[in-house]
Design a protein around this ligand. Sequence first.
Ligand SMILES: [Cu+2]
Length: 570
Amino acid sequence: MLCSMAPGAHAAAQQPDAFEPCARPAAGSPVPEPRDLRSVHGRLELDLSIENIQESDGSTRYCYRLDDGSVSPTLRLRPGDWLVLKLKNRLTDLEQGGLAGAPQHAAHVHEVHSADPCRSAAMSPIVTNLHFHGLTVPALCHADEVLKTSIAPGGAPFEYRFRIPTDEPPGLYWYHPHIHGFSARQVSGGASGALIVEGLERAIPEVAGLPERVIVIRDQDVLHPDAPPAPVDAATTPFVDHDGDATNTGTGFGRPARDLSVNFVPVPYPDYPVATLAMKPGERQLWRVLNASSVTYLNLAMMWTRGHWRRAQFMGLVAVDGVPLNSSGSPERSFQWRDGVLIPPGARAELIVNAPFEGTKAQLVTRYVDTGPAGENDPNRPLIAIETRADAPEPASSMPPSSVPPAVAQRPWIGSVTPARTRKLIFSEEPVDPAAPNGAMRFYLTVEGQTPKPFDPASTVPNIVVRQGDVEDWIIENRSSELHAFHIHQLHFEIIEWLGVTVNEPFLRDTINVPYWTPHMAQYPSIRLRMDFRDPATVGTFPYHCHLLDHEDAGMMGMIRVEPARAAAR
Ligand SMILES: [Cu+2]
């Protein structure tokens, strides 16, 4: 369920410009590749600005832009490299039609405590900051601190400067704003980009030498909300299994909660004109897929059709949330061939994709996700049509052709560590007005034993205090009738149990779906995570939250403090 938050409704005059900021490709366009920025001699320096414009339909776009006009660059660094990113805030108050720095709508603005961006904690549509999702870098200002850091428009560029840890797993990470109360509108407006920690071919030799693509799937306000759904056959024939599962349920169709885009090519409801992507017949590529949606789950499948024959083709899942699938050290499990992959908002999947030979059509689709009775509609829809042709251009980037052995793990595999303690955290919701159970909701993420309440940005008291060096088990329970995606900053975790069944995944995640509850269930659905606080870089105060950003903005978030090992031992 979406929380109520007034969208920007007033048209604002746009300043004429030499180029259109936040320009987007037309529906049906080829999938463009984000510009790659690579570290040189152990360092990647860049100047990035964040800008916004208002579209004619009243919705607001946000974008990260380089001086050359390219948007949302992919940042590529090796473990141990330095990232020096200067972020210039060029956001304007489009809702007020005013200029940057003008007085803000009181209902939307958290009191500004300080002009120092490190201490400001201001919350409004025109302040911003950066979260480097998945990286184990410290929750310090100028690194990955988001609870206090708030950059106002108009000032000098704000510098982010940190080192990628030498033991950061190689794979796909991302950056996006994290201002509480305004994350959803900035991220669904388009403020996000990929960050790659290089070296995946060292862990997964099968990807060495493969052409690689970064595919960022974002959601945005529905372009044609009043349009009737297309006829079911027209909308679904190309991407429903031959066994017909999706059609037989009678669900999976209708207007989605959000439209989706593929590297900013929109695929809008109701006709879903697909983006296109050319590959050579039979070619194998590595696709690094980021779900940068604010609320939309992805359930990706690669459908092949030839005449009346159609089926989901296997894709090779090699990494999840930036972590290679063989990270536990188990040699027999380097990757999995899968006919589908669920990617919650915020999560990533890296996939070996095979192009068909000529005569067979291929489409990347996202299939229906049952988000629960209170969840968003997340129907079947196609995203990308693969065009196979011999002269297809190669992607801009390829994995290195040869591999060297992966770095040796510095600590024992977390699944083999006995947890110091177990905690339980509970997702729950309740109607703002008990007499209107279908009206606006309150969203909570509560440590068992504490009183459910929305996250309080003014609070200095953490909900959880942990000692660095410890490993803990956290049971995440869902008492609401919709899905939530649990995410914690600064660290990865291992799934130990799923709905009471031991799973012990041989890799780590940083964002995980939690199944929804219905009244007929004997107990609330839960998962057990093994949380890793061993890395000294986790020391600090940072959030954990639902990565459905509407829920996070509405308060489904908590604060944890990881104390230095020595101090906590006193
Ligand atoms: Cu949620």
